[in-house]
Design a protein around this ligand. Structure first.
Ligand code: GDP
Ligand code: ZN
Length: 359
C-alpha cells in the first residue's frame, strides 16, 4: 500500500463524511481521455465518470496534472474518477485546442498544473536579464496560489553575477532570489528549504534557461532530456516519455507538462520575439535581408555562434520553437482568445474582490 501523503496528500474536506467506495488519488499524467493516477494501490489508469461530461460546467473541472481526485478503484481495468478535489493552486490557459470543448461550452479554460507549492521561475544570467519578464512570472505565480522563487541560472558563466542578483532582489520584493549553477552545483544548497518531501514544484522559464539540467541536478538522476544531448544524437535518441508529475528520490515532486512549456513562452505577454529578442536583433545585422543563416556570407548569426556570443543550444532552441510553434500558424486567433481570457480573469478577480468587500 502507498501512503498518499508521500504525494502531498492532506486530508480532504470530504474525508470526515467518508468517501464511500471511493479513495483519494493524485493525477500524474493527462492524456486525451486517459489519466494516470497514483492511489493507495499504486499507479493505475483512470477515466472520468461518464456523467462527468454532463455535470461539469467548466472545462477547468476536468482533472489536471497534480490534481487530487476521488477514485473508484478497479483492479482489472481503468479506474474511475468521480470528482476533482478543490485545488490549492493552479495554472491555466485558454483551451483553444478543441479538447474538452465539445462537452463544455461555457468557458474554455484548461488547467495545466494544480496543487503545486512552489513556482520556480528560471532566468539565465548568461543573457540580458529581463526584469520585467521575471516580474510578470512572479505575478502569475502569486495569482496561481503557488509561492514564487526566482532562480538565476548558469551562475558559473557569470563570475560577476552578484550585481545582477542584487538588482533582481531589489525589484522582486518579498520573493527569494538565488543565483545557481546546475552544472557546478553552486548555490543549489540554498534551495533545500523548498526541497522538502511532499512538496510539489513547477518550473517556469523560456527554453534554454537550463530547466532540464536543473531538474536533473535536483533529482540526482537523469529524468529530463537536456537540449545539448537532443542535438548531438537526435537520430538515435529514443524519447522516454517521462511522467508529468514525478516523485523524485528526495521525496519532492516536479510537475512538467507540455502545457507548462507553452505557458512559459506564450501566456505572459511574450512571444518568441521577446523571449529571443537578442537573436532576432542579430538578423538585422546579416548582410542579406533574406539571409537564411545557413552559409551566406556576412551572416551575423553564424558569426555570433563562431564567437560564442550566441549559445549554440539557444540557437537550436529558437529554430526548434519557430518550427513547431503551431500557435504562430494562427497567431491572431490565439491572441484574440488570450485577450478574452485575460478579460475573464479580470472579471473574476473583480467579483472576488467585491465578494470580499461585502463579507
Ligand atoms: P531547458 O531548455 O530550459 O530545459 O535547458 P537545458 O537544461 O536543456 O539547457 C540548455 C543548455 O544550457 C544546455 O546546453 C545546458 O548544458 C546548458 N546549461 C544548463 N544549465 C547550465 C549551467 O548551470 N551552467 C552552464 N554553463 N550551462 C548550463
Ligand atoms: Zn544570417
Amino acid at each position: 500500500m502507498i501512503d498518499l501523503k508521500i504525494y502531498g496528500y492532506t486530508a480532504m474536506d470530504e474525508e470526515a463524511e467518508g468517501f464511500g467506495d471511493y479513495i483519494p488519488a493524485r493525477v500524474t499524467e493527462v492524456h486525451r481521455e486517459l489519466y494516470k493516477v497514483v492511489c493507495a494501490y499504486g499507479e493505475c489508469t483512470a477515466r472520468v465518470k461518464g456523467s462527468f461530461y454532463k455535470d461539469v460546467s467548466y472545462a477547468d473541472d476536468f482533472p489536471a496534472v497534480g490534481d487530487f481526485v476521488l477514485l473508484g478503484y478497479n483492479k482489472q481495468g481503468d479506474s474511475q474518477i468521480l470528482k476533482v478535489c478543490q485545488r490549492k493552486s493552479k495554472f491555466s490557459r485558454p483551451d483553444y485546442s478543441g479538447h474538452a470543448a465539445g462537452y463544455v461550452k461555457t468557458i474554455r479554460e484548461q488547467v495545466i498544473a494544480a496543487n503545486f507549492d512552489y513556482v520556480f521561475i528560471l532566468s539565465s544570467l548568461n543573457y540580458d536579464l529581463n526584469i520585467n519578464r521575471i516580474l510578470r512570472y512572479i505575478t502569475a505565480a502569486w495569482d496561481s496560489g503557488g509561492r514564487p522563487v526566482v532562480l538565476l541560472t548558469k551562475r558559473d558563466l557569470r563570475p560577476d553575477y552578484q550585481e545582477q542578483l542584487e538588482m533582481v532582489q531589489a525589484e522582486a520584493l518579498g520573493v527569494d532570489v538565488f543565483a545557481v549553477s546546475a552544472v557546478t552545483g553552486e548555490g543549489l544548497e540554498q534551495l533545500s528549504a523548498y526541497l522538502k518531501p511532499g512538496k510539489t514544484i513547477v518550473f517556469l522559464g523560456s527554453s534554454g534557461v537550463g530547466k532540464s539540467t536543473l531538474v536533473n541536478a535536483l533529482a540526482g538522476e537523469e529524468i529530463m532530456n537536456v537540449n545539448s544531448i537532443r542535438e548531438d544524437d537526435s537520430k538515435g535518441r529514443h524519447t522516454t516519455t517521462h511522467r508529468q508529475l514525478t516523485l523524485l528520490k528526495t521525496g519532492v515532486m516536479i510537475i512538467d507538462t507540455p502545457g507548462m512549456r507553452e505557458f512559459g513562452l506564450w501566456d505572459i505577454e511574450e512571444g518568441l520575439g521577446e523571449a529571443f529578442s537578442d537573436i532576432e536583433e542579430l538578423f538585422l545585422q546579416c548582410r542579406f535581408s533574406d539571409c537564411t543563416h545557413h552559409n551566406e556570407p556576412g551572416c551575423a548569426v553564424r558569426e555570433a555562434l563562431r564567437k560564442q556570443t550566441l549559445d549554440y543550444g539557444r540557437w537550436k532552441n529558437y529554430l526548434k520553437l519557430k518550427g513547431e510553434a503551431k500557435f504562430t500558424e494562427d497567431k491572431s486567433a490565439y491572441l484574440r482568445e488570450r485577450k478574452a481570457f485575460g478579460k475573464k480573469l479580470e472579471r473574476e478577480k473583480r467579483s472576488r474582490a467585491n465578494a470580499k468587500a461585502f463579507r
